[in-house]
Design a protein around this ligand. Structure first.
Ligand code: PLP
Length: 386
């Protein structure tokens, strides 16, 4: 099986992890902060807070920005469920903004319309989570301008986008948002096994996320309600969680960071080759906005169903039966049964639903060879054959 995504683990990664296993600290040691500093420096952010997943990072980022009951969070329907669930964890209500038909990211036009309506009904969102789908950056300048007008905060879900750039600057530098979240799940661009990280330029947000990641406990006397009882003393000053990243994970991530730019460049080379190899097939290859340099976590094609008499399902099944581990990213979140119970229904976000009916993620990862790519393309050609 040629999977749609796959981690690459080198001997250097293994050595780094083994070194941690022989060391004094398996968690809360010196490697975590080194990993955080390395990511912060790479993306041009002042602070980085590593956690055990991007889902945890999204949750804590929402809390740090004060999201709670009575508030609204808006995101894209075409994302992993975690981008929306984080709002529900905080007791907020969640709504969606339909996608742009070319980039598949949150449409700034739809966002502007929806904000104007929400203003009239007094239901403006407190927080918006744009998702850089497949690694392609959203129109952050447009979203940021609207945030100034309507007063919402922004968390970028950059789970797909580490190593990418927007208007020539690294994603995660916080120029257009309060917090940016990255994922290090093994299918993503670099991995820590499981893991996530939030970047911000705001020292208070970083401090708050650091507190909430570890039970809301502080050892900083200046933050305590009275003088410490002794050297053992700590205080719980808020209700937090155990969302810490281990040293084992951080060591893997730190070692992988050294190859990040190389990985993204390799993904771009594969995308260029796909575009050429797929040119004659009835599929739409991903459009890249000139403002962005995508992390290219995913390579999503859309079937031109009017040009083939195979269905989306038939093409998908034929690929899978022939050893191509394709996938579909994503099932529109508002059509999930849990969200249907909250009142959403099919038809609410037509552009997202159209996308879902045609999208297939082809294999895209740094270890994919040209020969494997040829097998993917020829299998797809057969699967589409009339
Ligand atoms: C993978 C992913 C997440 C969740 O990441 P985890 O690290 O697995 O928690 C969130 N949002 C998007 C868009 C993702 O792709």
């Amino acid at each position: 099986m040629i999977p749609y995504g796959r981690q690459e683990v080198t001997q250097a990664d293994i050595d780094a992890v083994v070194q941690v296993l022989h060391s004094d600290f398996l968690t809360q040691g010196p490697i975590g902060p080194r990993f955080e500093d390395t990511v912060a420096q790479h993306v041009g952010a002042r602070h980085a807070v590593a956690m055990n997943s991007a889902t945890s990072a999204l949750h804590i980022a929402c809390l740090a920005l004060g999201l709670g009951p009575g508030d609204w969070l808006w995101t894209s329907p075409i994302t992993f469920v975690a981008s929306a669930n984080c709002g529900l964890y905080c007791g907020a209500q969640v709504d969606f903004v339909d996608i742009d038909p070319q980039t598949y990211n949150m449409s700034v036009e739809r966002l502007e319309e929806k904000l104007a309506e929400a203003q009239k009904s007094g239901t403006l969102p407190k927080l918006i989570i744009p998702v850089h789908l497949c690694g392609q950056p959203c129109d952050m300048a447009g979203i940021h301008a609207l945030s100034q007008r309507y007063g919402f905060r922004i968390i970028e879900d950059a789970s797909h986008a580490i190593g990418g750039k927007y208007k020539g600057e690294p994603i995660g530098n916080g120029q257009y948002s309060d917090i940016t979240v990255f994922s290090f799940h093994p299918v993503k661009i670099i991995t820590t096994g499981e893991g996530g990280l939030a970047t911000t330029n705001n020292a208070q947000l970083a401090e708050r996320m650091t507190l909430l990641r570890s039970h809301g406990i502080t050892r900083d006397p200046t933050r305590m309600t009275h003088v410490p009882h002794g050297g053992w003393y700590y205080q719980q000053i808020d209700l937090g969680f155990n969302y810490r990243m281990t040293e084992i994970q951080a060591a893997l991530g730190l070692s992988q960071m050294a190859r990040l730019d190389e990985y993204v460049a390799r993904r771009h080379a594969l995308a260029r080759d796909y575009k050429i190899k797929l040119a004659a097939l009835p599929v739409t290859t991903p459009w890249q906005h000139p403002d962005g340099y995508s992390g290219l976590h995913l390579y999503v094609i859309r079937l031109q169903l009017e040009r083939t008499n195979r269905s989306h399902r038939e093409v998908f099944d034929t690929l899978r039966e022939n050893g191509i581990g394709v996938n579909v990213h994503y099932i529109p979140v508002h059509t999930q049964p849990y969200y249907e119970r909250l009142g959403f229904k099919l038809g609410d976000f037509p552009e997202s639903e159209r996308y879902y009916a045609e999208a297939i993620s082809l294999p895209m990862y740094s270890g994919l060879t040209g020969d494997q790519q040829d097998v993917v393309v020829s299998t797809l050609e057969r699967a589409l054959a009339i």
